[in-house]
Design a protein around this ligand. Sequence first.
Ligand code: URP
Ligand code: ZN
Ligand code: ZN
Length: 460
Amino acid sequence: MSTIIKNGNIATSEKLLKGDIYIEDGIIVDIGENIQRDSDNIIDASNMYVVPGGVDVHTHLNLHTGSAVAVDDFYTGTVAAAFGGTTSIVDHIGFGPQGCSLKHQIDVYHGYADNKAVVDYGFHGVIQYVDDHIINEMKYIVEKEGVTSFKIYLTYDFKLEDQDILRTMKRLGELGAVTAVHCENDGILNYFRNFYLSREMKSPIYHALSRPEEAEEEAVNRMITLASLAGNAPLYIVHDSTAKAAKLIENAKKNKRNVFGETCPQYLFLDETLYNKPDNEGLKYIMSPPLRKKFNQDILWKYIENGTLDVVATDHCPFNFNKEKQYGIGDFSKCPNGAPGIETRLPLLFSEGVMKKRISINKFVDITSTKPAKIFGLYPKKGDIKIGSDADIVIIDPKKNVTIKNDMLHENVDYTCYENFELQGYPVITMSRGEVIVENGQFKGKKGRGKFIRRSVSKV
Ligand code: URP
Ligand code: ZN
Ligand code: ZN
């Protein structure tokens, strides 16, 4: 099967050129001006941007929290991803039973994703405790299972202590694997949560007040120190929500530390005043870290622009407002943490980033696709428009104006945080390995067509 995409504005993280892309059996075979080859399909991309498919390296499909299960599974979540122009995800697998092996949860997640996903997918492992067995198992997981990054948490039930983090990062660094970290100081959170709950201050705004910026900044600072002591092991800070935490990452990079930064659309477009919305709507935004004061947003954009923040991923972790989020009525601490976003990431960043001239089209490609693919070992198969790469390609119509309504989205959840946002430009075609899976609002893929990606170690 062959396809030619004609006359597009082809954007990579480095270049913008007008031309054609020729695809054979799912692989990009030729890129250039006016390619003359016979092909089974022709797609006219005149006046459109043609970009590498989005790579979302922070999703929580099917996540079982203590009280609820995230409502997108590997089918609904990846269909929504495809509509939003994302063609690969790397999902953060959830905690398993106490004392389980690393492989246990990877097997569980293969069971969740097999025969369901419609885009290609990988998993980040999760380190929920550390002993000799876990340290010894890491090599097998990295080399044989194709899982080359692991998440640790500094809060929640299975948080790790500093000495275990050092052991973990030392070993993962030796293996070339990346440690991704949820950075919040658990002691600070516990103190303030108890402080507010004991004074009957339980509405959604106290979720934010009980998780102050300082809790995140202390944890980011500590992780940079620990990674350095672990032999400059690769450290990836997930969901950076504050300007000061980003500043710490900037300094670490200046000092040649092997640190990568991620932020998410919610921290660029939403702020903490939303927790005070009437009718308990503030529950929609209960996520960790919480939404912050608005002044952070412009500064985070600057840190995207200057390369401090390498990636914008989603932390997609959806719960219905009218069901699971209601557990938090009368007590914010009972509300499942997380919000949807897998479908709106590229449209928001294209409209508010590229069209509003905050970032170039090349930077857009870098933060949504190329950089995450490189950091997490999906490159060069994913994350670029390059001869030999998978033909994971998205065509964006910059003239298509869309007002976001939850009804038009495909996330399996009853709200979006971006209702009524007016966007300039939207993805109109999503292609995965040469197959058009979304075209003009129609899903054309097949359940289960997505393949597990055995990742190599980081290419940065
Ligand atoms: O609130 C959030 N972000 N939920 C998902 C789990 C996590 O901490 O990333
Ligand atoms: Zn997290
Ligand atoms: Zn997360």
